[in-house]
Design a protein. Structure first.
Lengths: 222, 114
C-alpha cells in the first residue's frame, strides 16, 4: 500500500530565510548591497578595485569576496584600503545567504555607503541563490563570446546591470569575435530594464557611466 | 553543481515528513522553473549519494521543469517562453516581460504503508 502526501514546500527555504534577514538588515541600515556575478576571469575584482580607488573620496565601499579557495581577491581589495571579508566556500560553486550574513557582521557596515558581494566565478549557480542583495550585476568580458545571454538566460534575466568588460581588447586586437549589438539585443529581450555599460576596468574607458549609476542608486536609498 | 545543496535541503524536508508520518518515503515529486538551472541527473545522483543509510535510501525523485513564462506587452498574451526564440507565441512581438520563475518546490511525497 502506498499513500501520497501533498507538501508544497519551498526547498531552499533555509537560504531564503537568511536572505530575507540580510535584506531587512541592509534596509534598516540604509545600505546599498550589490551581488556581482560572472564567469571566472571576466574581471570582477579589477572592476571593484578600480571603482573603489576612483570613488574613494565620494563613496565608502566594502567588499565580501567569495571564492572556492584562497584570499587572493580580498588581498587585492585591501590593497585599495577598502575593508574586505573573504569567504571560502571549499568547493561550493556559489555563496549562500548564511555565509553573507556572517560576513556582514565582520564588515564595518555603519561606515560604508555601498557593499559589493563578489560571488564565486560561475554564470549559473549563483543566480539561483538570493543573498538579500539590492540587485545583481552581471559581468561579461568580450573574450567569452557574444552568445552568453542566449546560453545562460537566468542571470541576464535577473540582473539590474550588465557590465561588458575588456572592451579595450576589441580595439587593441580587433580580432575578438564579439558582437556587442547581439549581446545588447539578447539581454534586453530577456530583461527590458537592464542597464548596459561598456567598460574597460584596465584603461578606465566607460567607467564614468557605471559610477554615475552607482551614485544614483545610493541616492535613491537615502 | 548547486544541486548538492538542493539535495541536502530535500533530504532534510523529506526525512522530517517521514518522521511525522511514521512511514517509509519511496518517491517524491519536485518542481522548479527553468531559470533555477537544476539538472535532473546531477540532482538525483547527489540525492542518492547523501541519502545512503537514511530513511530516504530507496527514494526515487521526479523533477518537473516548469517553463519560463512571458507576458506580451503588445497583445497581453501570457505564454511559455522558448529561450532560443524570444518572441510572443501569439503575435510575434519582441516586446514582452518575463513573469516570475516558478519556485523550487517539494510538491508531494509517496510513502509505503503497511
Amino acid at each position: 500500500m502506498y499513500k501520497k502526501v501533498d507538501v508544497g514546500r519551498k526547498i531552499l527555504s533555509a537560504n531564503e530565510e537568511y536572505a530575507l534577514e540580510n535584506r531587512r538588515f541592509l534596509a534598516e541600515q540604509k545600505k546599498l548591497c550589490l551581488n556581482m556575478i560572472s564567469s571566472p576571469g571576466s574581471g570582477k575584482t579589477t572592476i571593484l578595485a578600480r571603482t573603489i580607488s576612483e570613488l574613494k573620496d565620494k563613496i565608502k565601499i566594502g567588499v565580501i569576496e567569495g571564492d572556492i579557495q584562497t584570499d587572493l581577491d580580498a588581498e587585492r581589495i585591501r590593497a585599495t584600503a577598502a575593508p574586505a571579508v573573504q569567504i571560502n566556500t571549499n568547493g561550493a560553486c556559489h555563496l549562500s545567504a548564511a555565509q553573507v550574513s556572517g560576513a556582514l557582521e565582520k564588515l564595518p557596515v555603519n561606515n560604508l555607503d555601498l557593499i559589493f558581494i563578489e560571488n564565486v566565478g560561475n554564470l549559473v549557480c549563483p543566480s539561483a541563490f538570493e543573498l538579500g542583495e539590492g540587485g545583481k550585476i552581471v559581468v561579461l568580458s568580450v573574450a567569452e563570446g557574444d552568445d552568453k545571454p542566449a546560453k545562460y538566460p537566468a542571470i541576464f534575466a535577473k540582473s539590474k546591470v550588465l557590465l561588458i568588460n575588456k572592451i579595450d581588447l576589441l580595439e587593441a586586437v580587433g580580432q575578438v569575435d564579439f558582437d556587442i549589438e547581439r549581446v545588447r539585443a539578447d539581454a534586453r529581450r530577456l530583461n527590458r530594464a537592464i542597464e548596459i555599460f561598456k567598460i574597460s576596468a584596465k584603461t578606465g574607458e566607460g567607467m564614468d557611466a557605471w559610477y554615475n549609476w552607482l551614485k544614483k542608486e545610493i541616492e535613491n536609498i537615502d | 553543481m548547486h544541486e548538492t545543496m538542493v539535495a541536502e535541503s530535500l533530504l532534510a524536508a523529506i526525512s522530517a515528513e517521514a518522521a511525522k508520518q511514521n512511514a517509509k518515503p519511496v518517491g517524491a515529486k519536485i518542481s522548479c522553473g527553468m531559470l533555477n538551472a537544476i539538472n535532473d541527473e546531477v540532482l538525483c545522483f547527489a540525492f542518492e549519494a547523501i541519502a545512503k543509510g537514511t530513511v530516504c535510501e530507496a527514494l526515487k525523485l521526479k523533477v518537473e521543469h516548469k517553463p519560463i513564462r512571458g507576458r506580451c506587452k503588445k497583445c497581453s498574451e501570457n505564454f511559455d517562453l522558448d529561450v532560443t526564440h524570444l518572441t510572443c507565441r501569439k503575435c510575434g512581438s519582441e516586446d514582452f516581460e518575463l513573469l516570475p520563475d516558478a519556485p523550487l518546490l517539494l510538491e508531494e511525497i509517496e510513502f509505503e504503508t503497511e
